[in-house]
Design a binder for this molecule. Structure first.
Ligand code: F6P
Length: 549
């Protein structure tokens, strides 16, 4: 890969800093008052999705400069590299091909001279056929009973994406209950095992590497539990399947070869819900809906790869986010879905964004001397209005928020849905407009002067708090596919401009190594050689932990 000029040494970078200094006191309220066409110019539509980005601290000049920045970072050529399977994950020498997972049959993408699309569809079709065999009762438990429950054991990308999609698409579920176990905290597995019948349950062990200790320990415990319930080793084949790029390891664990669904090393965990890692989603929603989900992702890919930058949703969201992170030095980005089904979206996007761009080293090993990946956080609306919105409205920090709002609900409570939507739109308006001191005084005209002087300043809202609003027709598999792919590409755009390899995660590894060292020390009495705090905490655990008989 050719090195580019470090992005913060380009002329456009300096121009953007200068532009930020000269526009930072512009208030969005004034921008809307001056330009009645602001919404018309600053929204984009794609199929069942609308992105309104007009409530941001930007002008047309800001957008032009940001687009110039994208061009200076060679965004188009990185998009091409990703799409055609170049090994842009340089530290792991891997292609990055989650977009290939959403390609229709017959397409071609080559990795090391091999067209991977037939492999993708072979494994996808195997996984879909397995899910169908549960739905139609052809695959049954070892005692001949119909499967009613599926437990996905996985963590990180092998958990968050599938769980989020499964919850979001609840109205599309078929006849199987889906459970998720991730944490090595025994409570996570035990609380599921308490409610299921081994005779009617299939466990999916989902692990790209098949070496993640949390997943392997949970899978071993689930297997022991299964055998203690009167089943035999021979019965495991009917009740345990695995998804991994390490097929040999899955077989060594005891999973029958025909029950191992392959995934590919060029799919990052946090981008893998589209692969066989989505098996639990397939079990939830079935073939037709899963294919719709893939089609939604593909529709966003086509838009991303072909739309001009100025009208390209992921590019616009990436650039606007970067405008705040890097040029306003903000540190966080809120994700607020006004949809109960999307309540795990903030958690999924946390991994997607923070594991991808939470880095201060560039893809060639250079130190990046500017602010990069934001802290992603959020919660479903309206619940969060009664929790942290006070800080968004009157706290001192600039915090950008994405509001994700379906216009239609699958539940026949139209009145409630309108209240939900009204709240979402009202928040974006209030955050943008704010309330001036004069307006606060005018509202308190009925009070005496002393009370007004005390209360009015407390009712001032600075406003100018930016937001994007994403309106979906409804949370259908297709629309959800578009939404997820939109965020994946947004993260990619930012990573490219910052010069980050968004597809490795070395930071996660260090903690794992230290945990391996500490684990035996919790059970033995060997002398400790950590820092005084860690030594003290290990000693305290040794004194206070009680082994179960
Ligand atoms: O948290 C680190 C990580 O490697 C993630 O990137 C990944 O999604 C997760 O662990 C689980 O990994 P695996 O699917 O290999 O068990």
């Amino acid at each position: 890969m050719n090195r580019q000029c470090p992005i913060n040494q380009t002329a456009i970078w300096a121009q953007l800093h200068q532009h930020q200094r000269s526009t930072r006191f512009l208030h969005m309220r004034a921008l809307f008052e001056q330009d009645t066409q602001r919404f018309a110019r600053m929204h984009e539509k794609l199929n069942g999705l609308l992105l309104d980005y007009s409530k941001n601290r930007i002008t047309e000049d800001t957008l032009s400069l940001l687009i110039e920045l994208a061009q200076a970072a060679d965004l188009h050529s990185w998009m091409d590299k990703m799409r055609r399977g170049d090994k842009i994950n340089v530290s792991e020498d891997r292609a990055v091909l989650h977009t290939a997972l959403r390609l229709p049959e017959g397409a071609e993408v080559y990795v090391d001279g091999h067209n991977v699309v037939p492999d993708i569809h072979r494994e996808l079709n195997r996984a879909l056929a397995f899910a169908e065999s549960l739905h139609n009762g052809i695959h049954r438990g070892a005692h001949g009973e119909r499967i009613t429950d599926v437990v996905n054991i996985g963590i990180g990308g092998s958990h968050l994406g599938p769980q989020m999609v499964t919850l979001a698409l609840r109205p599309f579920h078929q006849n199987i209950n889906i459970h998720y176990v991730a944490n090595v905290d025994g409570a996570s597995l035990m609380r599921v095992l308490d409610h299921i019948n081994p005779a009617t349950t299939v466990f999916i062990v989902a692990s790209k590497s098949f070496t993640t200790p949390e997943t392997i320990l949970n899978a071993q415990t689930a297997r022991r539990w299964f055998l203690q319930k009167g089943f035999t080793e021979a019965d495991i084949a009917q009740h345990f399947v695995a998804i991994s790029s390490n097929v040999d390891k899955a077989q060594t664990f005891g999973i029958a070869p025909e029950n191992v669904f392959a995934m590919f090393n060029w799919v990052g965990g946090r981008y893998s819900v589209w692969s066989t890692i989505g098996l639990s989603v397939m079990c939830a929603i079935g073939t037709r809906h899963f294919r719709d989900f893939l089609a939604g992702g593909h529709a966003m890919d086509e838009h991303f790869f072909h739309a001009p930058l100025r009208h390209n949703m992921p590019v616009l969201m990436g650039l606007i986010g970067l405008w705040y992170n890097t040029f306003y030095a903000t540190t966080s980005q809120a994700i607020i879905p006004y949809d109960h089904g999307l309540r795990r979206l903030p958690a999924h996007l946390q991994q997607l964004d923070m594991e991808s761009n939470g880095k201060q080293t560039g893809r060639y090993g250079e130190h990046l001397d500017f602010d990069t990946g934001p802290v992603i956080w959020g919660e479903e609306g309206v619940n969060c209005q009664h929790a942290f919105f006070q800080l968004l409205h009157q706290g001192p920090r600039l915090i950008a928020a994405d509001f994700i709002v379906p216009m239609n609900s699958f539940y026949h409570v139209s009145e409630q849905h309108k209240v939900l939507v009204a709240n979402a739109l009202a928040q974006t308006e209030a955050l943008m407009r704010g309330k001036t001191l004069d307006e606060a005084y005018a509202e308190l005209a009925h009070l005496d002067n002393k009370q007004r002087d005390m209360l009015a300043p407390q009712k001032v809202f600075p406003g100018n708090q930016p937001s994007n609003t994403l309106l979906l027709d409804a949370v259908t598999p297709f629309n959800l596919g578009m939404l997820l792919a939109l965020y994946e590409h947004k993260v990619f755009v930012q990573g490219v401009i910052w010069g980050i390899n968004s597809f490795d995660q070395w930071g996660v590894e260090y903690g794992k190594v230290l945990a391996k060292k500490i684990e035996p020390q919790l059970s033995n009495t060997d002398p400790l050689a950590h820092d005084a705090s860690t030594n003290g905490l290990i000693d305290y655990f040794r004194e206070h932990h009680h082994e179960h008989a």
